[in-house]
Write a protein that binds this ligand. Structure first.
Ligand code: SAM
Length: 212
């Protein structure tokens, strides 16, 4: 997702207390930032943040961190926090490639990827968030019993993501190719902005939950 560049968005993000300004400094110490020992769950490529904001409001005993590359998009998530402030939700503006520099070994309890950019050209496969290169990064920051959840309506990207699992040493705990008609996996589902848009036009939503 890239929104029109919004003048001053970088400056507003730099001043926002909802955005962790120097995330590398918190590596291994994120619980100090939240001032509790609750589990930390992250969404990578959060977009405007609806999914994570809803989750954080429903689960005050879990800490959530949304990671987003673009300032103009992150600004929307900040605006939502200004309307309804949540102590257990914070944001980082960065490229997910830096993940292991920002989170220590096993520091994260769960990772969410929602409607990740497909990067359709083969030569860009390693930029796809469910690629083996990214799974290797997730392996480092996710605690041993942690889980990663991925949703998309892009069947080609989902097939790619499934093929990457054995290559990277991950296993599927649950898989569906039509989440909205799979009652067990749908239970407790929180729709993302993209999920609302694409399910409304009839696209089936694929989802996996994986572990290693
Ligand atoms: N997750 C949201 C949803 O489901 O509505 C947004 C989906 S949007 C298609 C993908 C988002 O991921 C965009 O906002 C994009 O900027 C962000 N993104 C893509 N690659 C990223 C990366 N390497 N690091 C951080 N954010 C990334």
């Amino acid at each position: 997702m890239r929104l029109r560049n919004i003048t001053g968005s970088r400056e507003r993000i730099a001043q926002s207390s909802y955005v962790v300004q120097e995330p590398h400094k918190w590596r291994g110490r994120w619980r100090e930032l939240f001032q509790n020992r609750n589990a930390i769950r992250i969404e990578i490529g959060m977009g405007k943040g609806k999914f994570l904001h809803t989750l954080a409001a429903e689960n005050p005993d879990i800490n959530y961190i949304g990671i987003e590359k673009y300032s103009s998009v992150l600004l929307r998530a900040i605006q939502k926090m200004e309307e309804e402030e949540l102590p257990n939700l914070r944001f980082i503006r960065m490229d997910a490639e830096e993940l292991t520099e920002v989170f220590g070994e096993g520091e994260v309890d769960r990772i969410y990827l929602n409607f990740s950019d497909p990067w359709p050209k083969d030569r860009h496969a390693k930029r796809r968030l469910p690629s083996r290169q990214f799974l290797e990064r997730y392996d480092k920051v996710l605690k041993p019993e942690g889980r990663l959840e991925f949703k998309t309506d892009n069947r080609a990207l989902f097939d790619f993501a499934m093929d990457e699992l054995p290559e990277a040493g991950w296993k599927a705990e649950a898989v569906t190719y039509d989440l909205h008609h799979e009652n067990e996996m749908l239970s407790g589902n929180i729709m993302t902005e993209y999920e609302e848009k694409f399910s409304a036009i009839g696209n089936p939503i694929c989802k996996y939950i994986i572990y290693r």
